[in-house]
Design a protein around this ligand. Structure first.
Ligand code: GLU
Length: 412
């Protein structure tokens, strides 16, 4: 039931936004120009390991696409983890550039790229991986393995897209030459661009991206494998820079309206993190004039608004939503399970509550929901509680509500 609840909600968003199909697929990389614009998918991964996804068309959420610029925050994380923040900061800054992602520019004061989310910064960061003496192949392999650890599965490189981009990589080559002439990278420009382009050509699904984002959101622990991939400090640093520079030239407005640290890529993916709570991702290839996925941006708007995810929004986190679950024998009437909920019922609380309830093995046919200790409920929390109740009733259970403050008039 919990799956349907979140899945149904995600599916509904895709249906509602499917006609927002303006924009164009990226065409400066020949192989991306041939991409099918139709797929539309969304995924959420909680930091405690639940993954939900939906696709407009069957299987859209299982489709692989090249990660492109959404790789930048993760490789930045790998570089800080490997070399330390001090060394990485000496190579790349952390200020929004206000320029196009592929601008040939450096911070005038320090002669470093402005941040790791633009190509100049990302190419420089790529070169920090596996030491200066690394071959292109070794470096790419370290990055591929690192991204695979974040995703919890073995990711592959799309060499068709990679080779196609390398044929038209003049812009990135110019950037690499500029970096080399300032002593920021040591490799030959061509090798640096090849290594960076391979990084961008790693294939992911929208579910992978959400799980990878959730790893940052959890402070570095991969939610499915339980393995620590990066330190909490690295996660924090990456999300901080994403929040100011992740969305191309939309970054400022994005943070003000959506309020979720995020990074997009030209193949149509967007990944976002809500620290401590979840990773989010969307995939839809048509891009707007700022280079962000049209339907992806709209989906993030919706998710942020419905679920109250804006980072700067007032958030009071309490204990887990389920205060207690007690099953008692009621004599001749059979058994009764009493479920006590508490605190603020928002998305995270409701999702966690239903997961806990559905894992309860001895749920009786008579279920009493005691909401005496619930402080408040937001829109999505309400919706999930109501649907959950109805689901239990439909499944034939006798569900009784104890709601002294009438928080759920629709259920009484
Ligand atoms: N590989 C692409 C480039 O460097 C990535 C761009 C992006 O996704 O923003 O042009």
């Amino acid at each position: 039931m919990k799956r349907h609840m979140v899945h149904g909600y995600l599916q509904e968003i895709l249906e509602e936004l499917k006609d927002s199909d303006g924009g164009e697929v990226a065409d400066y990389i020949p192989q991306l120009a041939t991409a099918d614009p139709a797929p539309f998918a969304v995924a959420l991964a909680t930091t405690d390991g639940a993954v939900y996804s939906a696709g407009l068309n069957e299987g859209d959420d299982e489709l692989e696409f090249t990660i492109q610029s959404a790789s930048k925050p993760f490789v930045y994380a790998a570089a800080i983890q490997e070399r330390g923040l001090k060394k990485v900061r000496a190579t790349v800054g952390m200020e929004p550039s206000g320029e196009a992602f592929n601008e040939l520019s450096l911070d005038p004061g320090s002669n470093r790229p402005m941040n790791p989310m633009i190509n100049a910064g990302a190419i420089a960061v790529n070169q920090l991986i596996n030491g200066e003496d690394s071959t292109v192949e070794e470096r790419t392999e370290v990055i591929r393995q690192f991204l695979s650890e974040l995703a919890g599965r073995d990711l592959e490189i799309d060499y068709l897209v990679c080779d196609s981009e390398l044929e038209v990589a003049d812009r990135n080559l110019s950037i690499a030459h500029m970096l080399r002439s300032h002593g920021i990278i040591e490799d030959m420009a061509h090798d640096a661009v090849e290594s960076y382009t391979q990084q961008c050509s790693i294939k992911v699904t929208v579910r992978d991206l959400a799980v990878m984002a959730a790893t940052l959101a959890s402070g570095g622990i991969q939610p499915l494998t339980g393995k620590r991939v990066v330190s909490p400090l690295v996660s924090r640093q990456v999300q901080a820079v994403m929040s100011s520079a992740g969305m191309y030239n939309l970054a400022g407005r994005w943070m003000s309206v959506v309020g979720i640290p995020a990074k997009s890529g030209v193949s149509g993916g967007i990944m976002g993190t809500l620290p401590g709570v979840m990773g989010l991702a969307t995939f839809s290839p048509r891009l707007d004039s700022t280079g962000n996925s049209v339907r992806g941006v709209k989906t993030f708007h919706r998710l942020s608004e419905d679920m109250g995810l804006h980072l700067m929004g007032l958030r009071q986190r309490g204990d887990t939503a389920v205060r207690d679950i007690i099953t008692r024998e009621d004599g001749p009437n059979g058994r009764t399970t009493t479920i006590e909920l508490q605190g603020i019922i928002d998305f995270a609380a409701a999702e966690n509550a239903w997961r806990t309830i559905l894992q309860e093995e001895k749920l009786a046919d008579r279920v009493v929901f005691d909401l005496s200790e619930v402080a408040s409920v937001n829109d999505i929390g309400r919706r999930m509680v109501v649907q959950g109740f109805q689901g239990l009733r439909t499944a034939g259970r006798n569900v009784i509500l104890k709601d002294p403050r009438k928080l759920f008039p629709e259920l009484s």
